[in-house]
Design a protein around this ligand. Structure first.
Ligand code: ATP
Ligand code: MG
Length: 554
């Protein structure tokens, strides 16, 4: 039998034990987003974790919108969230679910608690409730309404539902323990009166359940076995357990917490991303500099790379930040073997091969990916006028500069050796054209071994070149300089976006479609932007450069 080499994370250990002891028959997990913004890389962790567990244990994975709070929710976000979950490849069981579809059951659950003497209607104001709650060091005080009779509570709660009381005038509270060392257990509010139109139920309800009451009920109704959430809910777990116990669910779900994913030099947190969007600092929720899932997709990240990243990060019980370079490592690894490596000149300068016949074109057969033969070859035209990168030529090169300079010979990638014989400048000293001669003996693939050159540069045949706009990205914030200024504003990197308008690409790019990605040799991986690319005008986003300082542990 093969030995298990991958150690199990702490959640898998809990599940193993539950299955072994027969506490759980079949695993069911869920992802419960609030539809109040776009999902980000942190949510991807939660999605892939929950989905991955369900898959591993042959169980079910539910997608359920936690839409019990009508103030912040917007239907526009529902579709984007579904799209993101599907794009990540997390197949959810059955239909998309909505917590708001369970409002009736939640109401009945509250009635059940009242009948058990475990909940009461309280008339204290929000401020009074706060004052009565006590502090971390002092116990709370009982509300004067705590001992209302069951009959009176049933009557008042029904009238709350029927709209007889103004917003905020009454709440339903769980009757637990005002002296509990856990403040969440000091008779928490479980229902409030609020006249708000809900995106799903409209004006049918004027009372809404609170999160800590609603969430365990949603899990229990769906038969969720392991309700996985992030660490900030650890102190709420006793209340979660109280709710499912008092409501006497036959197979109560259990809550398990793990640490949120944070990335260095990256803004996660819906609130902060929303601010960047609202202030117009970025071009919408899918601006490629963001780490929303929509932005990562637009930038050219793949579901596979995100999954690889989550596997490398693992699941932990303590908060920490993961280096953004690790995510970059994963996308490089994923694209390395899959993508053609093609020539693109981002900052072009003209090269003229003086001894190459005018009007002649020849084609080179070029391997698409040296590490993956199955991607085949393509034809690349070569002629007298080419573009090369401006930085691949220097009038007065420093030591160890092996690219083009007067008198020097370099290899044009996949083509010939050329030697620089002359160059022209404009009145500002800017190089306008470089003249070279080529040596026909050195044709690529001819087996020429006559002499060696130290530099190889890429190029594009000028008359055949495809123009494009290319966008380079850097982090929006730099943690080493502090993410926030003293006044609370974000300390933004002014160079987070560079737009190169006049790039020249080899003609094989002419059929590139939105969302396609490629390696541009020597520059990195680039993806055709899905939003700004128009018929006849290509816009590329740099996904990631080729170089990395990051190496995974093992
Ligand atoms: P944010 O704090 O970014 O606004 P949220 O927690 O309010 O996110 P929800 O829609 O409530 O967003 O979260 C849905 C699920 O995603 C929850 O189970 C939550 O714990 C999880 N989640 C949110 N952020 C992260 C993160 N950074 N890492 C892992 N899981 C996360
Ligand atoms: Mg939230």
């Amino acid at each position: 039998m093969e030995k298990e080499t991958v150690s199990k994370n702490f959640i898998e250990q809990i599940i193993d034990k539950d299955l072994e002891e027969g506490k759980v028959q079949a695993v069911c997990t869920r992802f419960p987003p609030e539809p109040n913004g776009y999902l980000h890389i942190g949510h991807a962790k939660s999605i892939l974790l929950n989905y991955g567990l369900a898959k591993k244990y042959n169980g079910k994975f539910n997608l359920r919108f936690d839409d019990t709070n009508p103030t912040k929710e917007k239907t526009e976000f529902v579709q984007s969230i579904i799209d993101d979950v599907e794009w990540l490849g997390a197949h959810y069981d059955g239909e998309v679910r909505f917590a708001s579809n369970y409002f009736e059951q939640m109401y009945e659950a509250a009635v059940k608690l009242i009948k058990k003497g475990k909940a009461y209607v309280c008339d204290l104001s929000a401020d009074e409730i706060r004052a009565y709650r006590g502090t971390l060091t002092e116990p709370g005080k009982n509300s004067p309404y705590r001992d209302r009779s069951i009959e009176e509570n049933l009557d008042l709660f029904e009238r709350m539902k029927n709209g007889e009381f103004p917003d905020g005038s009454k709440v339903l509270r769980a009757k637990i323990d005002m002296a509990s060392s856990n403040i969440n257990m000091r008779d928490p509010v479980i229902y409030r009166v609020a006249r708000m139109t809900h995106h799903n139920t409209g004006d049918r309800w004027c009372i809404y359940p609170m999160y800590d009451f609603a969430h365990p009920i949603e899990d229990a109704i769906e038969g969720v076995t392991h309700s996985i959430c992030t660490l900030e809910f650890e102190d709420h777990r006793p209340l979660y357990d109280w709710v499912v116990r008092e409501l006497e669910y036959p197979n109560p779900p259990q809550q398990i917490e793990f640490a949120k994913l944070y990335l260095t030099n990256v803004i996660t947190g819906k609130r902060y991303i929303k601010r960047l969007v609202d202030e117009g600092i970025v071009d919408g929720w899918d601006d490629p500099r963001l780490v929303t899932i929509a932005a990562l997709r637009r930038r050219g990240f793949t579901p596979e790379s995100i999954k690889m990243f989550m596997d490398l990060v693992g699941v932990s019980k303590s908060n920490s930040s993961v280096d953004y370079a690790m995510l970059e490592y994963c996308i490089r690894e994923d694209l390395k073997m899959k993508k053609n490596r093609m020539m693109a000149v981002l900052d072009p300068v003209k090269v003229i091969i003086d001894n190459y016949p005018e009007g002649q074109t020849e084609y080179f057969d070029v391997v698409n990916n040296q590490e993956n033969e199955s991607l085949g070859t393509r034809k690349v035209p070569f002629c007298r006028e080419l573009y090369i990168e401006r930085e691949d030529f220097m009038e007065e090169p420093p030591k160890k500069y092996f690219r083009l300079f007067p008198g020097n010979e370099v290899r044009l990638m996949n083509a010939y050796f050329v030697r620089c014989v002359d160059y022209k400048k404009d009145e500002n000293g800017k190089i306008t054209e470089i003249h070279c001669t080529y040596d026909p003996e050195t044709r690529s693939g001819s087996g020429f071994t006559g002499r060696k050159v130290k530099g190889t540069i890429h190029w594009v045949a000028a008359p055949y070149a495809v123009p494009a706009t290319v966008r380079l990205y850097e982090n929006l914030v730099d943690e080493s300089k502090g993410v926030y200024n003293e006044d609370g504003s974000l300390n933004l990197n002014p160079d987070s976006l560079t737009v190169l308008e006049n790039c020249q690409l080899e003609p094989n790019f002419k059929d590139a479609a939105k969302g396609d990605s490629f390696q541009f040799v020597r520059h990195g991986y680039f993806c055709v932007d899905t939003k700004d690319t128009k018929e006849g005008s290509l816009v590329f986003n740099r996904i990631v450069s080729l170089k990395s300082s990051y190496k995974p542990g093992k």
